[in-house]
Design a binder for this molecule. Structure first.
Ligand code: SAM
Length: 389
């Protein structure tokens, strides 16, 4: 299920709604009920994660129906464990039983299937949770003054190795992206004439592959610290048949020396809040930009205050990821700067850009058109433009 429209977040917000007309006693009961539902949801999530990881859902989806024993055999698991897991899934309404079957036969109703299959299904997101379970203890230790600085990126693979696979059809999205790039004066004309452009922390490369398809006279570069991300990016470029793009493993805090003044345009999306040295990354970008070159940063831009997000579950997932992945990842490096956190404030980003020498402004907001589905948590993405005068 694609979460681009954010509709599911709106549904979730109902859980938190308070009724001002209630007495304190009623509010207290409703609050307790909400906590109970939240805990139940956590128990269920752990079961979803397990079933996703062990392929239990896949085995059920392959059949019209099957018994516990058949499921255990097909998934190479122990029946006594699978039996309890099935109880958890049936009692939470995820898996269905054929009435009066003996032994009981289990199935998944057709209308539930799309949420449990595919790269961006809810089950895929639930599977990602297993990574958080594995690092839970370390993150908990990191909170303590006497604890470790952060968590090694390699331990956070479940979160970071979630890059979008593309083919030519899905890469053809210039009509959706055009208005975003038009926010930078002259940029589209430059792409048409032919420039060198760099995507810092490009992940699976989706945005620049789309640009490379559209602008054959320009040369696009993507740098990534993660070799695994670039494997996806190179495969995506191959699938799309683009030749004017190069992917290079590099640390954005130390870009190649020979790149000074090379690029007319640098793009970076959702990298600063993940980076251990966001200010150093910004100053490196300043160095590799040509004079009059432009930088786009796509990042959150809140006012930095929690109170304004009170009882707003749109921010819940982002803060969860930031607590368990972004900040622990960003603080691991011994040279780490103060981490930004996922809902970094607009003022912080603008100041960081200005400190690095840019004329900085916000040129667009809340534009989802160039978002990968991975990043649709929260609703405060801004387009920051930095000009190297
Ligand atoms: C949240 S992902 C965003 C990926 C992509 N830009 C997008 O919007 O889909 C952040 C990416 O930044 C990369 N990254 C973080 N620090 C980096 C650094 N110092 N140098 C290069 N890449 C870095 C991570 O490996 C990760 O792939």
């Amino acid at each position: 299920m694609d979460r681009k429209d954010g509709s599911n977040h709106k549904e979730t917000s109902e859980i938190w709604k308070q009724n001002e007309k209630q007495t304190d006693q009623e509010k207290s009961t409703a609050f307790g009920n909400m906590l109970e539902r939240s805990l139940n949801a956590t128990y269920l999530s752990m079961g979803l994660t397990l079933g996703g990881e062990l392929g239990l859902f896949d085995r059920i989806l392959e059949q019209d129906s099957l018994t516990c024993q058949e499921l255990a055999e097909k998934s190479q698991t122990k029946q006594c464990f699978v039996n309890e897991w099935l109880g958890l899934m049936v009692s939470s309404g995820i898996i269905d039983c054929i009435p009066d079957s003996d032994p009981e036969r289990y199935f998944i109703a057709d209308y539930k299937k799309s949420s449990l299959q595919g790269q961006y299904s809810w089950l895929a997101w639930a599977k990602e949770l297993s990574g958080y379970f594995k690092t839970y203890d370390t993150v908990s230790q990191c909170f303590k003054l006497s604890g470790p600085r952060g968590v090694d990126r390699n331990q956070l693979d479940a979160f970071y190795d979630f890059y979008e696979n593309m083919d030519k059809e899905s890469a053809d999205k210039w009509s959706e992206m055009k208005s975003t790039f038009a926010q930078i004066p002259g940029l589209i004309q430059n792409f048409e004439n032919g420039i060198e452009a760099l995507d810092v922390g490009c992940g699976g490369g989706n945005i620049f592959i789309s640009l490379a398809l559209q602008f054959p006279k320009s040369t696009f570069y993507g740098v990534e610290i993660s070799e695994k991300a670039l494997q996806v990016a190179r495969k995506n470029a191959e699938n799309c048949g683009v030749k004017n793009i190069k992917f290079i493993v590099a640390d954005a805090t130390n870009l190649p020396k020979e790149w000074t003044g090379k690029f007319k345009y640098v793009h970076t999306s959702h990298v600063h809040h993940d980076s251990s040295r966001p200010r150093k990354v910004t100053s490196e970008i300043f160095r590799v930009l040509a004079s009059k070159g432009s930088l786009s940063i796509f990042e959150n831009g809140t006012n930095g205050r929690h109170g304004d997000k009170s009882s707003d579950p749109n921010y819940l997932m982002g803060y969860f990821i930031s607590t368990f992945a972004c900040v622990p990842n960003a603080t691991y490096d011994e040279k780490a700067e103060e981490p930004l956190g996922v809902y970094v404030s607009k003022r912080t980003i603008i100041k960081m850009m200005e400190d690095c020498g840019f004329s900085a402004s916000v040129v667009g907001g809340e534009d989802k058109s160039i978002e990968s589905p991975v990043h649709n948590h929260g609703s405060t993405i801004l387009h920051y433009h930095g000009l190297k005068n």
